[in-house]
Design a protein around this ligand. Structure first.
Ligand code: ZN
Ligand code: ZN
Length: 267
């Protein structure tokens, strides 16, 4: 927690600076006034339980303490938390075996009862405002990923699924992360070329088969990712099969190393 609050403040300030230039010097007071009037009518509420809170896009103290934030000590490569500090650069068993395709991976939360409902509400319930809260947490968990130039690429939905859900939740996270970090997002270059059944209830090997060849880089936009580091963004890291299929597609098109950043990780 001692790390989290100053980072939030920093990122909020950065976002404020960027907002200033876009809104202009006259627009900002008007925006503030409008926001305050709006708050009087609809005061901010905890994004998880709905209790009244001081600031927008946050949790109440009780919900905050229930959520499992991931942080060091963790595997230097994939961000799997360790029970105790085993020194800088330590890797988990999977990463020692070189089992994964990503360069680095980070997740903000453990996927558990405390965050499941929020994530499902974001993904299937249409509450797109949760992207602001999740992206703040992801920017902190993935700070190392944003230290070098990279392009933020969301895991794409098949166009039919996107129409049904109204939005691609990963693209919302990528856009929000772009706003917070100043790195560009690219929601168009990586596309889902095959409509696949839901991954729910499948094991790792079935999931891998299910998404094999499901993603590709749009040939018309290939130059946007050739040689560039990619930060692949998704909501939940379950088996990693979807991320691996996306990484294969990016590398095949000539991208640089690909890292993975998610809201939550199934532990
Ligand atoms: Zn709450
Ligand atoms: Zn690892």
């Amino acid at each position: 927690m001692f790390l989290v609050l100053p980072c939030h403040q920093y990122l909020a300030e950065k976002a404020g600076e960027r907002g200033d230039s876009m809104i202009g010097s006259l627009g900002r007071p008007a925006l503030h006034l409008g926001r305050r009037l709006f708050d009087l009518v609809l005061p901010p509420r905890c994004k998880k339980c709905g209790a009244l809170v001081v600031e927008d896009d946050g949790l109440c103290a009780e919900c905050w303490s229930a959520v499992t934030f991931l942080g060091p000590p963790w595997c230097d490569r994939c961000g799997l938390p360790f029970d105790y500090d085993v020194g800088a650069g330590a890797l988990c068993g999977d990463c020692v075996r070189g089992a994964s395709l990503f360069e680095l991976a980070r997740s903000a939360l453990a996927y558990d009862d405390a965050c499941r409902e929020m994530i499902l509400r974001f993904k299937h319930g249409g509450d797109e405002t949760l992207s602001r809260l999740f992206a703040r947490w992801m920017a902190i968990a993935g700070a190392e990923l944003f230290a070098e130039p990279a392009v933020i690429v969301p895991v794409p939905l098949h166009p039919w699924r996107r129409i049904r859900r109204r939005f691609n939740q990963s693209a919302l996270l990528a856009a929000e992360l772009s706003r917070l970090t100043g790195l560009a997002d690219d929601p168009l270059s990586l596309v889902r070329v095959k409509r696949t059944p839901s991954q729910g209830g499948l094991g790792k090997s079935a999931r891998t088969l299910n998404v094999r060849g499901a993603f590709a880089v749009d040939p018309g936009r290939r130059e946007r990712i050739v040689g560039r580091r990619i930060i692949l963004v998704d909501d939940v890291w379950t088996s990693g099969a979807t991320a691996e299929a996306c990484i294969r597609a990016c590398r095949k098109a000539g991208s640089g190393p690909v890292s993975l950043l998610t809201v939550a990780r199934v532990m």
